[in-house]
Design a protein around this ligand. Structure first.
Ligand SMILES: [Zn+2]
Length: 116
């Protein structure tokens, strides 16, 4: 049985509940589908795709989401993620990244690029 309203067991495999519950809440606020393009990564997969070493993805504490291209929807998604409790939000042209790091705790929203 899946624990989340909007994300299934495949999508949330290896991910901490904190991130998934926040994504669920963000999806509800956003009012439109949130497409998770990357959640948990094995360290090997992270290295293969050029992820930053020690990426939050290898701890299941990060998610990448397909970024809307409509300016209003981009803003709405960023708002929904913040309203859902995410405190670290990266905004890039094609994806948004959120994570719940136990060590990187300063609230932060930054403009990123689409490499990982
Ligand atoms: Zn990411």
């Amino acid at each position: 049985m899946t624990m989340y309203r909007f994300f299934n067991d495949d999508e949330t495999k290896g991910m901490v509940p904190d991130v998934c519950f926040k994504l669920d809440r963000a999806r509800e606020y956003f009012g439109a589908p949130i497409v998770m393009t990357c959640g948990y990564r094995t360290p090997e997969h992270n290295a293969e795709i050029g992820g930053v070493p020690n990426s939050e993805h290898i701890y299941g504490r990060a998610a990448d989401i397909r970024a809307p291209q409509d300016p209003f929807m981009r803003t709405k998604l960023a708002w929904a993620l913040g309203a859902a409790g995410f405190r670290r939000i990266e905004i890039a042209k094609l994806h948004f990244h959120v994570d719940c790091s136990p060590v990187k705790t300063s609230p932060c929203c930054w403009e990123g690029d689409d490499h990982r």
